[in-house]
Write a protein that binds this ligand. Structure first.
Ligand SMILES: NC(=O)C1=CN([C@@H]2O[C@H](COP(=O)(O)OP(=O)(O)OC[C@H]3O[C@@H](n4cnc5c(N)ncnc54)[C@H](OP(=O)(O)O)[C@@H]3O)[C@@H](O)[C@H]2O)C=CC1
Ligand SMILES: Cc1cn([C@H]2C[C@H](O)[C@@H](COP(=O)(O)OP(=O)(O)O[C@H]3O[C@@H](C)C(=O)[C@@H](O)[C@H]3O)O2)c(=O)[nH]c1=O
Ligand SMILES: [Mg+2]
Length: 281
C-alpha cells in the first residue's frame, strides 16, 4: 500500500517518512504554490492514500505574505482533496488550533465556530473549507504546538536559549497542548487505513497532547528534563509583541478522534523525554 506524503523536510513529514510504503515529496517534486501540479502528481502516482504534511507555517511572516500562504495552505489542499476524491482514495490534511479566536477557556470542539486572528490561521481555514467542499474520504486533523527533534519548534528554541541564558520571560496566558510530531504521524497512518474501509468517518478531528499547559510552564518542564538552569518568568502576551496575534485559548477537545478512530490523546511529557534525549544526544 503506497501512501503519498506532501512534505519531506518538515517535522511531521520526517516522522511519516519512517513508515514502510510512504513516498515523500519535497518542494522540487511538488511545489504547493502550484495547485494543479500537486493534483497531477497524485493522479500520476495513483497511491492508496495521500497525507498532506506540507504547509506555510511561518506565523508572523504570513502577515506580510498572505497571498502565498493562502495559495499553499488554502488553494492547494483543496486541489489535492479533489484529486483524491476523483480517485476514490483517503486524504488526510493537517490543520491548526490557530483557526480559532482563542476566546474563553473551554476546549474547542471540531464543530465550533472558527475565527482566526491572523493570516496563517485564515489560510489554514481556507484549506479546510476547500477540502470539505471537495468531499470524498477526507480527514482534517487539527493539532497544536508541534514539537520534535527535527526542524524548528519551541522545544529546540528553549534548549538553545536555556543553555545560553540564565533567565527568560515566557508568555503564560496562552494555553494549549504540545503535540509530538511522531504521535501526529502515527495518528495520520491509522486514519488513512480506517478511511479506506469506512469513508463515513470523513470529517474534522482534533488531536493535541495533554495535559494542557502554558508556554511558560512548558518551558519549565523542558528545562527540568534537560537539566538546564534557566529561570522562567511568566509574562502576558501583551509583553511579547509579535506581528501575528496568537489565540489565548488553544485547548482542543480530542474526544471525537478517540470515539471514531480509537486514537487517544497522547501525553506530551512522554514524547518530550524522547525529543530532549534525541536533541541533547
Ligand atoms: N508547527 C506547528 O506548531 C504546527 C503545525 N501545524 C500544521 O501541521 C502541519 C505540519 O507542520 P510542521 O511539520 O510543523 O511543518 P514544518 O514547518 O516543520 O515544515 C513545513 C513543510 O512544508 C514544506 N513546504 C512549505 N512550503 C512549501 C511549498 N511551497 N511546496 C512544497 N513544500 C512546502 C516545507 O518544505 P521546505 O523545507 O522546502 O520549506 C516543509 O517540509 C502543517 O499543516 C501545519 O500547518 C498545526 C499546528 C501546529
Ligand atoms: C522564544 C520565546 C517565545 N515566546 C512565546 C511566543 C509564542 O507565544 C510562544 C510560542 O512560540 P512559537 O514561535 O513556537 O509560536 P508559533 O510559531 O506561533 O507556534 C504556532 O505555530 C503554528 C504553525 C501553529 O499551528 C500553532 O499551533 C503553534 O504551534 O512562545 C516567549 O514568550 N518567550 C520567548 O523567549
Ligand atoms: Mg513557529
Amino acid at each position: 500500500m503506497t501512501i503519498l506524503v506532501f512534505g519531506r523536510t518538515g517535522q511531521v513529514a520526517q516522522e511519516l517518512a519512517t513508515y514502510d510504503g510512504v513516498i515523500s515529496l519535497d518542494r522540487a517534486a511538488a511545489d504547493l504554490e502550484v495547485p494543479s501540479a500537486c493534483a497531477a502528481v497524485i493522479a500520476a502516482h495513483a497511491p492508496a492514500a495521500v497525507i498532506n504534511a506540507a504547509a506555510y507555517t511561518a506565523v508572523d511572516k504570513a502577515e506580510e505574505d498572505e497571498p502565498r500562504a493562502t495559495m499553499i495552505n488554502g488553494e492547494t489542499p483543496g486541489a489535492m482533496a479533489r484529486a483524491c476524491a476523483d480517485l476514490g482514495i483517503p486524504f488526510v490534511s493537517i490543520s491548526t488550533d490557530y483557526v480559532f479566536s482563542g476566546e474563553g477557556e473551554i476546549p474547542w470542539m471540531p464543530e465550533d465556530s472558527t475565527g482566526p486572528l491572523g493570516a496563517y490561521g485564515r489560510s489554514k481555514l481556507a484549506g479546510e473549507q476547500a477540502i470539505q467542499a471537495a468531499g470524498g474520504a477526507y480527514a482534517i486533523l487539527r493539532t497544536s504546538w508541534v514539537v520534535s527533534a527535527h526542524g524548528t519548534n519551541f522545544v529546540k528554541t528553549m534548549l538553545r536559549l536555556g543553555a545560553e541564558r540564565d533567565a527568560l520571560t515566557i508568555v503564560a496566558d496562552q494555553i494549549g497542548g504540545p503535540t509530538p510530531a511522531r504521535d501526529i504521524a502515527a495518528a495520520c497512518m491509522t486514519m488513512v487505513a480506517q478511511l479506506a474501509t469506512d469513508p463515513s468517518k470523513a470529517g474534522i478531528y482534533h488531536f493535541a497532547g495533554g495535559p494542557n499547559v502554558s508556554w511558560a510552564d512548558f518551558a519549565r518542564q523542558i528545562f527540568s528534563l534537560a537539566d538546564l538552569t534557566c529561570a522562567v518568568s511568566d509574562i502576558p502576551s501583551s509583553d511579547y509583541p509579535t506581528p501575528a496575534t496568537r489565540p489565548l485559548n488553544s485547548r482542543l477537545d480530542c474526544t471525537a478522534l478517540e470515539t471514531v478512530f480509537g486514537i487517544p490523546r497522547p501525553d506530551w511529557r512522554v514524547g518530550l523525554k524522547d525529543i530532549v534525549k534525541e536533541v541533547m544526544g
